[in-house]
Design a protein around this ligand. Structure first.
Ligand code: ATP
Ligand code: MG
Length: 575
């Protein structure tokens, strides 16, 4: 490609609305433009990278036995009503209505559509396992679209689905997909960790996220040397039993206007960990009281899983008053109205004296004990792990790091196939429910994640495997005939050899050309200048290391080919 002809609008300044380096660099390097909040045009340079990521994903999915297909983006609401997600998916779901007043969904994910296809065609155990995938635009009305394509409302995803006779067959496919995902991200030149994750609204049990390690990541990861790694939404921690305390009588204490953990703990002079935080949620129509220690955060993802509802919502002040008899800020589990389901976090200890709300205005209770004052009927892991917590497996203090979730794999089980009656006949002729897995990769998010990991103060430093071009040829002064000649001939020769070349044939100052080259981040740059040509050499510069080698003009094409091929081999699939 000749830069003089390319639609490659680079910018000197960062866009005002960009926080993340990847977002800034994608806009500045001419990869991306915003059309509306969370909605972007991917320009030619960005599209080249996107397609390379797509192709790597495609190759690895095909290698793992996947077959690519294309499901509709527009889906009738009836399918989503069958699984209950029309109601449960919430506001992230883009809903549409046609001229006949029929409701539709713009696909945020495609379990319904694929299960509908499969139930109509799979008859026998002989048709299983089956692994289908697509690479397609997804729509999610994110509450806070931000960070460019990292969290967009319209984005590209690879979504795959597998169908099985039983859990054992699913487990084998799940392992294959896990390996395939690892291969994808390795080939994209990324450093990543695989973590145990929360299954969110999709449901199902075992699932893992692929996290690209980056300071800017939205996800918190807890890990320890034994190999345990989990996102903060699901990380467990070891609960160390605290030494038992002497029983003391349940005591009422006036706490005028003190509502928050901080206010109550400083007013009473007790540590926040001795308080119990009691929060009323609604899972659909059903109220629940969730109780966690005052020094821990209630984890909404864990709560959602325990309640089997994708998005429990906090009760309003009026609802709390009606349910508990006390105002917001004074809720507690003691003497709570019969029938209000109460769940205590596993880290709430037996044989300890706690402070809780008194379910009356300006009232707290002291010396609240499990068993005696609160019936600990239901216990669950409801709180978020925090710094200093110990690994649930080995007991070591866990390490905290940040990551970008680029991929997610789930063992779904029969959640969708049961709701949608997707069945097969086993060898004995019995009708059985198909067991499913689901697997997603954020294609456009992966592009951004590569930039988050591979950039410096001057711009992007692409790995060869996903770089928009392999080599950037920069003739320093295009009005110098020999310079132009050498550049043109190198350009033609490399193109012919199948190397992807960007030629900066613009009549620009050398400084501006080099700045653009660094910004765009093509891994190899060939600089052709008058001075070098006098010595019969051109300069080869490695974008990542900055290393410069002087190469005789006659060897330049050969040397570039060698380097490109070597680098691509390193990032190629290893069978
Ligand atoms: P997140 O927790 O980041 O919202 P998710 O759990 O909703 O992600 P999945 O439903 O598992 O995501 O989707 C599969 C993949 O699609 C994710 O791993 C991520 O890489 C990508 N993805 C999800 N939401 C977005 C988005 N709004 N913009 C870009 N990519 C996304
Ligand atoms: Mg999401």
């Amino acid at each position: 490609m000749r830069l003089s002809r390319a639609f490659l609008p680079t910018l000197k300044e960062d866009p005002a609305d960009a926080e993340l380096v990847s977002h800034k660099l994608m806009v500045r390097s001419g990869m991306l433009r915003k059309l509306a909040a969370g909605v972007y045009t991917i320009l030619p340079l960005g599209w080249r990278v996107t397609r390379k990521v797509e192709q790597i994903v495609r190759e690895e999915m095909d290698r793992a036995g996947g077959q690519e297909l294309r499901l509709p983006i527009l889906m009738p609401a009836e399918l989503w009503q069958e699984t209950g997600r029309w109601e449960k998916y919430g506001k992230e779901l883009f809903r549409e209505r046609d001229r006949h007043d029929r409701d539709y969904v713009l696909g945020p994910t495609h379990e319904e559509a694929i299960t509908d296809l499969v139930r109509n065609h799979i008859r026998s155990y002989r048709d299983l396992p089956l692994n289908l995938y697509q690479i397609q635009t997804k729509f999610r009305d994110e509450i806070r679209p931000r960070f460019g394509v990292m969290r967009a409302r319209e984005f590209l995803m690879k979504d795959g689905y597998s169908f099985h006779t039983d859990e054992a067959q699913l487990a084998a496919s799940y392992e294959e997909m896990r390996d395939a995902y690892a291969a994808v991200f390795r080939r994209c030149g990324l450093e990543f960790v695989i973590v145990e994750a929360d299954s969110g609204a999709i449901g199902g049990d075992v699932n893992h996220e692929f996290m690209v390690t980056a300071e800017s990541g939205e996800s918190l990861i807890f890990s320890s040397a034994c190999g345990y790694a989990a996102s903060s939404e699901s990380a467990k921690f070891r609960v160390e039993p605290a030494p038992p305390e002497k029983e003391a009588p349940l005591t009422k204490r006036e706490t005028p206007g003190r509502k928050t953990v901080e206010e109550v703990s400083s007013f009473l002079g007790v540590e926040p960990g001795r308080l119990l935080k009691s929060l009323v949620f609604f899972a659909g129509p059903d109220p629940v009281l969730a109780v966690v220690p005052g020094d821990r955060e209630l984890n909404e993802a864990k709560l959602a899983r325990v309640l089997g509802h994708p998005a429990p919502r906090l009760a309003t002040a009026e609802e709390i008053e009606k349910l508990t008899g006390g105002p917001l800020g004074f809720t507690g589990p003691v003497g709570i109205r019969d029938g209000l389901r109460t769940i205590l976090d596993v880290s709430v200890q037996e044989n300890r004296n706690y402070v809780t709300g008194g379910n009356a205005p300006d009232l707290h209770l002291l010396n609240v004990r499990l068993g005696r004052d609160v019936e600990a009927r239901e216990r669950a892991d409801l709180s978020t792990a925090r710094e200093g917590d110990r690994c649930p497996r080995c007991g070591d203090v866990m390490r905290l790091s940040r990551g970008i979730e680029v991929g997610h794999i789930f063992k779904l089980g029969t959640k969708y196939s049961e709701a949608m009656r997707a069945t097969y006949l086993d060898a004995e002729g019995n009708e059985r429910i198909i067991v499913m897995g689901t697997y997603g990769i954020g294609i456009t998010r992966t592009v951004a994640a590569v930039i988050e990991q591979l950039h410096d103060e001057n711009g992007i430093a692409w790995p060869f495997s996903v770089a928009p071009y392999h080599v950037h040829v920069v003739p320093v002064n295009v009005s110098h005939p020999e310079t132009r000649e050498v550049a043109e001939s190198l350009y033609a020769g490399l193109e012919k050899a199948g190397i992807e070349v960007l030629l900066d044939d613009r009549d620009e100052r050398p400084g501006a050309k080099f700045k653009d080259a660094d910004l765009i981040g093509v891994p190899l740059r060939v600089t052709i200048g008058e001075r070098g040509l006098k010595d019969g050499v051109v300069e080869l510069r490695d974008r990542k290391t900055g290393q410069v080698d002087r190469i005789p003009v006659g060897n330049a094409a050969g040397e570039v080919r060698k380097r490109v091929e070597e680098a691509l081999r390193k990032l190629s699939p290893s069978d």
